[in-house]
Design a protein around this ligand. Structure first.
Ligand code: ZN
Length: 325
């Protein structure tokens, strides 16, 4: 099985599950409405009977035109009565209609003779999940982020690392909660062990739960992958396209990847393509802005500086945790 085939099968299964859920939802709505409006049941029976009649006319022939007109006007008047009853009883007039998750393809997965975007989004989602399977996304959430590790000692301006990190934390939590496209990205700057990875993963986790495709990876891992695929010319996967197209890309530890022309042009290519499409990146780095400017070209840093910059403060949490043991 090719690597893509696997994701297509997953997406087909997802689509089937969605159709099933929507059918169940419609059935629940029908029984709810029929309980509230007893006449509905009889009207719906009549509606179905007229559908059967219509089918039998088509089969039997006869004076088809006249019969068709009569039944379809009957059909329309029943539908009208049903809608009126629904509205009178506080329901929406389309409450009993089939439910579709995708209005474009009506959950068929096909639109304009091609795969619908909803289907391709699922394929992408499964590809991303595969790439992320080794990451610690499950362990890092906003709930497990502990502001208690940041000192409450204030500086000359009366602000403590904890105060600063509280703001960073709430910014990230809100960013994840309100995630939408197009959207600006976040550049997290600060020393080792200040919680950048934790908050990046927490954002990723929440955004995935909203149904978006997210890729998380460390800079050396992601760029190493792309380089191997590029030079070995393997067709087993296309990480570069995924990194350009996923809804949210999280790059951990920017600056620790190999210092090479290939990586710089790849990084620019990814950032530039994504920004043009309004698709955000969350990048975290131990480098200060001035150090990033030394390491990368101005065309990269000028794009990075359009992102929301969050400065992380405090002392290495990993060391504090070690001391406490
Ligand atoms: Zn669709």
């Amino acid at each position: 099985m090719s690597y893509l085939e696997k994701y297509y099968i997953n997406a087909e299964n997802e689509l089937e599950e969605r159709r099933m859920r929507n059918r169940l939802l419609q059935e629940e709505r029908i029984s709810e409405a029929e309980k509230a409006i007893p006449q509905l049941h009889e009207l719906r029976k009549q509606l179905m009977a007229s559908g059967t009649k219509l089918a039998s006319i088509l089969v039997s022939g006869g004076n088809m035109k006249k019969n068709l007109e009569q039944i379809s006007s009957e059909n329309i008047s029943i539908q009208k009565s049903i809608k009126e009853l629904l509205v009178q009883n506080g329901f929406k007039d389309n409450y009993l209609d089939p439910v579709y998750s995708c209005e474009k393809c009506l959950d068929t997965g096909i639109y304009n003779n091609a795969r619908c975007s909803c289907f391709m989004n699922d394929v992408k989602k499964f590809e991303c999940m595969d790439l992320n399977s080794s990451s610690a996304m499950d362990l890092c959430s906003f709930d497990t982020f502990d502001l208690g590790f940041y000192s409450s000692e204030t500086d000359s301006k009366g602000v403590s690392p904890r105060d600063k990190m509280k703001r960073v934390y709430f910014y990230c939590a809100e960013y994840a909660r309100d995630f939408h496209l197009p959207q600006n990205g976040i550049l997290m700057i600060g020393g080792t062990g200040l919680g950048k990875t934790h908050l990046s993963l927490a954002i990723g986790k929440d955004v995935i739960e909203k149904g978006y495709s997210v890729i998380y990876g460390s800079a050396p891992d992601l760029f190493g992958r792309i380089e191997r695929e590029h030079f070995k010319n393997t067709e087993s996967s296309d990480t570069l396209s995924l990194l350009k197209e996923c809804d949210l890309l999280i790059i951990d530890d920017l600056g620790t990847e190999l210092d090479s022309k290939f990586n710089y042009s790849t990084l620019y290519n990814i950032i530039n393509t994504r920004m043009n499409m309004g698709k955000p990146l969350v990048i975290n780095t131990n480098y200060k802005l001035s150090e990033l400017q030394e390491r990368y070209s101005s065309r990269i840093t000028s794009r990075l500086s359009t992102m929301k910059i969050l400065l992380f403060s405090g002392e290495d949490i990993r060391l504090i945790k070690k001391d406490m043991k």
